[in-house]
Design a protein around this ligand. Sequence first.
Ligand code: BG6
Length: 471
Amino acid sequence: MEVTEQKQKQVDYEFPKDFWWGSSSSATQMEGAAAMDGKGQNIWDYWYEQEPNRFHNGIGPAETSGFYYRYKEDIRLMKQIGHNSFRFSISWSRLIPNGTGAVNKKAVAFYQNVIDELLHHDIEPFVNLFHFDMPMSLQEKGGWESREVVDAYSEYASICFELFGDKVKKWFTHNEPIVPVEGGYLYDFHYPNVIDFRRAVQVGYHTQLSSALAIQKYREQQQNGQIGIILNLTPSYPRSNNPADLEASRIADAFFNRSFLDPSVKGEFPKDLLDILREEGYMPSYTETDVAIIRTNTVDLLGVNYYQPRRVKAKENAVHPDAPFMPDRFFDSYEMPGRKMNVHRGWEIYEKGIYDILINLRDNYGNIPCFISENGMGVEGEEKFRDDSGIIQDDYRIKFIQDHLRWTHQALEEGVNVRGYHLWTFMDNWSWMNAYKNRYGFVSVNLEKGGERTVKKSGEWIKKVVQQNGF
Ligand code: BG6
């Protein structure tokens, strides 16, 4: 009786036994050693060489956080703050420097060591195959526009399963596959900085095909694990219930969410998206054989990344008839008055979004097993929150996580098949064009002090949450 009362007082939100607690990361953002031990160039190394000015404070991907050298220390810290799982990605250009062909033995040893070290500390490795980092030699062949590169990826995936699949039982084909489409082919924030809707559609379709091919390869190898994809399922909230706003949000959702969600889970592209592409003359080139591969190779598990909502409204102004075709032809973004902001990053905070995504998966996607694979709060200038004892007092991050976990818990209570929560990210890392501007980690990386690691207040807090399996 007493014990129960005490437990009730300690934990208002209890999570299921075996809930996955941990964090997520990616190779280019934390490994560093970008030109070491035989690693080939990827598009980030190349783009930085060409245009260093496009990166915050001119900091490039060469020496990001140093996980390549310090992985033992870092994994010890993961253990210290209670992780039972951790997601990282394999750098394709480290493992296979030219994208196809010879495998780099030093890279094999590195990833093997990381996996062994994680398992040694009872931390389950979740391994992602592609986090925005196309090998440069394959970008020169057209990147995701090229069907040949899709085959190269499926070969790479197969090699990863052979090398590491005996120990790794959770695989992911891509992280946020819509982002390289948007960044690289529509809105100019990833290399190759193309702005061309037709090419964007081909890239998106080929990325989806590559995911299905990797899943097919994985199943052929019968390794008894699970394979999934990680999607940023930012809900598209309409300004109002006016039919024009509702239509705007439906189309935004088709372009940015269902474009990958539907084929990944159901094996088919959304009909309303295909209707637009057909009507406007933007269908990608495809074969029936490939479409059948997409249809039959759907995911076992879905990772959900969620940071902020997308708010949209009907177009304010008609689009000029000569304007190049862009998804935004059907909607405008909407800034909701009174919205709650993460002022340190300039993003809206809307905790209930996480619940809405999960309920949608329950109701419209067969309640597929899923987990929160990224959620987090970026803070610019976070050093100002470091106190005299040297600890970053990130109470705002604790609150952010708590509020999102409450809604995750609510979804669980309502029967959603959500299996875990991973914060973006374990330790502060380099982030694409924003470099080290926004800090997200449970652990700070002090660039002034040679990358010194210090657990933040949120890191101490999550440790307790994991110990109690709730808060
Ligand atoms: C996520 C990406 O969407 O956003 C990460 O998967 C990225 O790779 C994160 O680092 C945060 O981005 P930013 O621009 O705030 O540093």
